[in-house]
Design a protein around this ligand. Structure first.
Ligand code: CO
Length: 134
């Protein structure tokens, strides 16, 4: 079902400061910020040869990241994004096997315009998983 690691996501309290750290301290290429209202987040991507790091900060009231930052004021690892070829087939197979999909269970467009879903971390050993159709 899963094929490639698309990105590792890290929540940060200040996206501009974090992007500058990756650029100036680690010498990385960082994308322009992108606000995703439907997900309640603003993101940048740190581009690497073999994958990406997604840096996230909350956008608006009721962002799903607000609780995370309340518990982890310095930020921290948030989710892994894994690619699948067919997100609806993957979802149906996961649900049939008892896994829980967050939200209404339907894919939404993610940061790359491709459909994404999030899986309940309790079903995956404490790790929030994002699936992205690639
Ligand atoms: Co992500």
């Amino acid at each position: 079902m899963i094929t490639r690691l698309n990105h590792v996501a890290v929540v940060v309290p200040d996206l501009a400061v974090a992007a500058k750290t990756y650029e100036s301290v680690l010498g990385a290429t960082v994308s322009a910020p992108q606000s995703l209202k439907e997900h309640g987040v603003t993101v940048v991507f740190v581009e690497l040869d073999n994958t990406r790091i997604e840096l996230l900060e909350p956008l608006g009231d009721g962002s799903p990241l607000s609780n995370f930052l309340a518990r982890n004021a310095d930020g921290g690892m948030h989710h892994l994004c894994l690619e699948v070829n067919d997100i609806l087939a993957a979802r149906d197979e996961l649900v049939a096997n008892g896994a829980r999909i967050l939200g209404d269970g339907n894919p939404k467009p993610g940061a790359h315009g491709k459909p994404v879903l999030f899986l309940h971390p309790k079903d995956f050993h404490g790790c929030l998983l994002e699936l992205e159709e690639a």
